[in-house]
Design a protein around this ligand. Sequence first.
Ligand SMILES: O=P(O)(O)OC[C@H]1O[C@H](O[C@H]2O[C@H](CO)[C@@H](O)[C@H](O)[C@H]2O)[C@H](O)[C@@H](O)[C@@H]1O
Length: 262
Amino acid sequence: MPDADIAARLPAPPPLSDDCALFLDVDGCLLDFHDDPASVRAEPPLVARLDAIARRLDGALALVSGRSIASLDRMFAPGAFAAGGLHGLERRAAGSMPAPEAAVPAFDRAAWTKLVADARAWMAGHPRAVVEDKQRTLALHWRAAPEAEGDARAFAALALARLPGYQLQPGNRVLELRPAGADKGGAIAAFLSEPPFAGRTPVFAGDDLTDEPGFALVNERAGISIVVGDRRPTQAAYRLADPAGVRRWLEQWPGDGREASA
Ligand SMILES: O=P(O)(O)OC[C@H]1O[C@H](O[C@H]2O[C@H](CO)[C@@H](O)[C@H](O)[C@H]2O)[C@H](O)[C@@H](O)[C@@H]1O
């Protein structure tokens, strides 16, 4: 059976309930993909919606992303949500804005700067490819330059040897270098161990490979795991077709009645 047919058989998720803890991936889940990662912003009505849902859940809403928390804050301003960033390497608990609660491990800044410069030089022949420096992780994007994929993969393989303790993180038209030892499942588990998330039913929506550990964790906790789109295989039990579908699903939620004036 073709993958698309199997994808269509995953059911739509149930509506959100007042006793849930809501975890949301960002790119490709809440927000549509764009060629330039730096230009992506959440529209004000979506920020207002998330803010209303967070209030209704007593703060039990977190963004869980491959982006840094600093980047998420820019994208969702003026919203400032609890967040897991850099694929689970950094985390900011509810109510502890603006500083991340846990910093990622120390690293050699000079060596990192050289690595980023080398990546930019390596990819210079592909002006529409993007080298995204996230300070502790590096993403090589080829969405607007499909011909750059081979060079991106070749650089990442070579660079991995210069980065002890790092691993490759494949994504949607991107390959990232990032420290091993953390993932989105760990970030969600940490949130669920503390207020206001503890004791609630976890719900997690995401679209990419980096989201699979989050789906596994949520399934273990008898929660609701939702894959966005047709990527397979997946451990998710429910499916929404695309980010527009995610936003419509969130719209079904009653909110707290205040977002209309936000
Ligand atoms: O975990 P996520 O929130 O889904 O973040 C994963 C990566 O998303 C971003 O890259 C993706 O979105 C870009 C903007 O739409 C797009 O240009 C790119 O092709 C996608 O792979 C982000 O730039 C990365 O840092 C995140 O790790």
